[in-house]
Design a protein around this ligand. Structure first.
Ligand code: ATP
Length: 270
């Protein structure tokens, strides 16, 4: 199948984040069975590449997942990486900072969770909250959050120089799809634990979040740490697009499984 990998956000032009942009692109495999088959295939390939990342030992990959409530961050973690070995994964989620975390600079808790070489790291939310929720909710002044774009770029450039490929995904849902998913959380008792009344306040601040996301992506999409907008109204399409983008990125690392440093024939005979 042709690659469905996403194009990165161009550094100087804010990405379109209208409701229509959350719909899956037209060139995806059509029908549920075709989508499932395509997803199985690419998820397996991602698993093989993760093994190669580990064996090669020269790189790490950090996947940052951001998105509004119910945009599918948890689902993407479960499904995109299901072909990967947990032994080579490092997953971290970032909620509201604790008192101890607030007593440090905003990158402190994040830096500690960056995957070491060989590992595929996944962040469910990230240091970007410090230019998103902090900005929209007024948790810090503009004098606090605005310089963070540059601080984030410097941080991510430092990671890139150390062999960490940082790939950032904004899971873009439409207002109508978010409404549907939040209502499901209320209607289905098994999903109520995921509902947080505070999510409704964030929904009220929809446009302010859109602006904050647009500026963060425009300022912090760099060649060494690109941002991608994932149309996320359809869950399978969302996973397929993320997985294809990761496969393209991992292939580009030209991963090499090391040659044996011992006599293979002698070992076989032994
Ligand atoms: P989800 O990410 O799906 O909401 P959750 O409800 O399990 O998952 P929580 O532990 O509640 O996760 O944390 C998510 C909340 O933490 C979000 O509302 C987010 O905006 C907030 N948060 C994350 N980072 C920060 C930050 N640096 N400052 C303030 N709030 C933050």
């Amino acid at each position: 199948m042709a690659s469905l990998a996403l194009a990165p956000v161009a550094p100087a032009s804010p990405p379109r984040l209208a409701d229509d942009d959350a719909h899956p692109p037209a060139d995806l495999p059509q029908g549920k069975a075709a989508l499932v088959a395509a997803l199985d295939e690419v998820v397996d390939e991602l698993g093989d590449l993760q093994q190669a990342l580990y064996a090669d030992a020269r790189h790490a990959v950090l996947v940052v997942l951001q998105g509004r409530d119910a945009s599918g961050k948890d689902g993407a973690v479960r499904r995109v990486f299901r072909g990967c070995s947990p032994l080579g994964l490092h997953v971290a989620a970032f909620g509201a900072p604790t008192a101890a975390e607030r007593a440090h600079d905003f990158l402190w808790r994040v830096h500690r969770e960056v995957p070491p070489l060989r590992y595929l790291g996944i962040f469910n939310r990230s240091h970007y909250e410090d230019v998103l929720v902090v900005r929209v909710r007024g948790l810090g002044s503009e004098a606090t959050w605005r310089p963070r774009f540059e601080q984030i770029n410097a941080f991510e450039a430092t990671l890139a120089a150390a062999g960490v490929r940082v790939l950032k995904f904004f899971l873009h849902v439409s207002r109508a799809e978010q409404r549907k998913r939040l209502l499901e959380r209320l209607d289905e008792p098994g999903k109520r634990w995921k509902f947080d009344p505070g999510d409704l306040d964030d929904r009220d601040a929809w446009d302010a979040y859109t602006e904050a996301y647009q500026e963060a992506m425009t300022r912090c999409s760099t060649p060494e740490a690109p941002w991608y907008v994932v149309p996320a109204d359809d869950k399978k399409a969302r996973d397929l697009l993320i997985a294809h983008t990761l496969v393209r990125e991992l292939r580009a690392l030209d991963l090499r499984v090391p040659e044996a440093t011992f006599d293979v024939e002698a070992a076989r005979a032994g």
